[in-house]
Write a protein that binds this ligand. Structure first.
Ligand code: HEM
Length: 473
């Protein structure tokens, strides 16, 4: 190719892999400081385009979105998601289009998200009760937030609680609970598999046992999902009215052949798994960082509490109707997603044709990594980018729905996250209730800390421990 983007020097065999540390968004950030907003790396011999500015992201996810709408293949993902039968990992094409329609129009539409309002309200109330029951003891807020999003996704997707014991569901002898299996699933999805870049190195993860674990966990997940689907089929046969969960909706789409192409049981299971793979860690990570920033910025916390308490007053619960009148709360969430996008380097894309971007030639089959973390801190786009200042969003219509390329925690374009509404609904309600009911402080002797843990979605390294004093209006 005649005019490739700038590249850091690479080593034989590994290419630039040795320059990527445990926090890829930070390693790529430093490299982009010397090589520019569009740079070409090599993971072993595979070309990887790294996108580090709003202007470059716009070129990829808007101007040339069609060409960059593929996802790279991955051995581990293929094993878990029934050979890419879900939405997130599916290659761009007719199958993806049909699955995307099902997700956008059926599973994650505004109307459907609204229909689960009672689930969010109940689970939020449960979390508040658990905090209250701790009295003046230390509360592990991170754990409660993870539990909240887990329970909401579980009830919405499967129509049951995590802890619900059923066939294969957790109580059976010698069987692990669904929750533990899911944890390992999400952890394994985050493994960087050297074999994806260097086929002759596939033996590494075979020998060290990663592929073995993937096989085992995939089997456990499949057994469990199979039993859940069977339960739903059985219940449907018996009839009766109730709120449809994701599995019900998918079985209906399948029965009535609504998708345009026949969908099989594997597609039902794969799409259900996407809710867990893409929707749980991301949502809880966002809320964990919101609370962390608030604990470190007492003026912001006070202002937020004044807004929420002014509207909800002495009501028992802040309701979803109240949220529309809370612009500061929404600004706090946006500002957190700017500084802490839960998936800082987004989900990788892949080009399907040769194309020119910003005057550089990019070959077909190039993997694309967009560093949303760097973009959110770019001094060209943001005034005092390192400061946590939700006020910046009060007189600014910028949102995170993929129109403003300075703020893209959910990506943009054809493959943008279809779960934005779902995540916002969970987090806004939980946040409003947390700050309405309690005044938070760090426990004695606990230092404020913002270190990050390695992983695909970047959580805090140390759990957020707080003391929660009940607030009486
Ligand atoms: C704060 C929470 C969340 C964040 C930060 C987030 C972020 C993302 C990102 C960065 C992408 C890739 C976008 C791209 O390639 O341009 C994505 C895709 C996706 N997300 Fe989310 N997400 C969140 C919540 C959810 C939820 C709650 C669900 C579902 C219940 C969900 C389902 C999906 C799916 C299915 C895709 C793949 C779409 C496709 O490939 O066509 N996400 N998400």
């Amino acid at each position: 190719h005649k005019n490739p983007p700038p590249s850091p020097r690479k080593l034989p065999i590994v290419g630039n892999l040795h320059q990527i540390g445990p926090f890829p968004h930070r390693s790529l950030h430093s490299l982009s400081q010397s090589h520019g907003p569009l740079m070409l790396l090599h993971f072993a011999s595979a070309p990887v385009l790294v996108v580090s500015s709003a202007a470059a992201a716009r070129e990829i996810m808007k101007t040339h979105d069609l060409i960059f709408s593929n996802r790279p293949k991955s051995t581990i993902t293929a094993k878990f998601l029934y050979e890419y039968k879900d939405l997130a990992s599916s290659p761009y094409g007719e199958y993806w289009r049909q699955m995307r329609n099902i997700c956008v129009l059926q599973l994650l539409s505004n109307k459907r998200v609204q229909s689960f309002r009672n689930v969010r309200e109940e689970e939020t109330a449960n979390m508040i009760e658990k905090i209250r029951s701790c009295g003046s003891d230390v509360v592990n807020l991170s754990e409660l937030i993870v539990e909240l999003t887990g329970e909401v996704v579980c009830r919405v997707a499967l129509g049951r609680k995590y802890g619900g014991v059923g066939r294969g569901g957790g109580g059976g002898e010698g069987r692990r609970g669904f929750k533990e299996v899911l944890q390992e699933f999400v952890e394994l999805l985050g493994v960087i598999d050297i074999g994806d870049f260097v086929p002759w190195l596939k033996w590494v993860n075979r020998v060290n046992g990663v592929y073995g674990r993937v096989e085992r966990v995939a089997k456990e997940l499949d057994d469990f999902l199979e039993s859940v689907v069977e339960e739903h089929v059985e219940r449907e046969r018996k009839g009766g009215e109730r709120e449809q969960d994701f599995v019900d909706v998918l079985l209906e789409v399948q029965r009535e052949n609504q998708a345009g192409i026949p969908i099989h049981r594997d597609s039902v299971k794969a799409l259900t798994l996407d809710a867990f793979a893409a929707g749980t860690d991301t949502t809880s990570t966002a809320l964990e960082w919101v609370m962390t920033e608030l604990l470190n910025h007492s003026q912001v916390m006070k202002k937020l509490q004044a807004e929420v308490r002014g509207i909800a007053q002495t009501n028992h619960q802040v309701t979803e109707d109240d949220l529309d009148r809370m612009p500061y709360l929404k600004a706090v969430i946006k500002e957190t997603l700017r500084l802490h996008p839960p998936i800082p380097i987004l989900v990788p894309r892949e080009s399907t044709k040769d194309v020119q971007v910003m005057g550089y030639d990019i070959a077909a089959g190039t993997r694309v990594i967009t560093n949303a973390w760097t973009i959110g801190r770019d001094p060209l786009s943001w005034d005092e980018p390192e400061e946590f200042k939700p006020e910046r969003f009060l007189n600014n219509s910028a949102d995170f729905r993929g129109h403003n390329f300075e703020l893209i925690p959910f990506g943009a374009g054809r493959r943008a996250c279809p779960g934005i509404q779902f995540a916002a609904a969970v987090n806004e309600l939980a946040l409003a209730n947390l700050v309405h009911k309690f005044d938070f402080a760090l426990p004695d002797g606990v230092e404020f800390d913002v270190s990050e843990a390695p992983g695909f979605s970047v959580r805090k390294m140390f759990r957020l421990l707080v003391v929660a004093n009940p607030h009486t209006c």
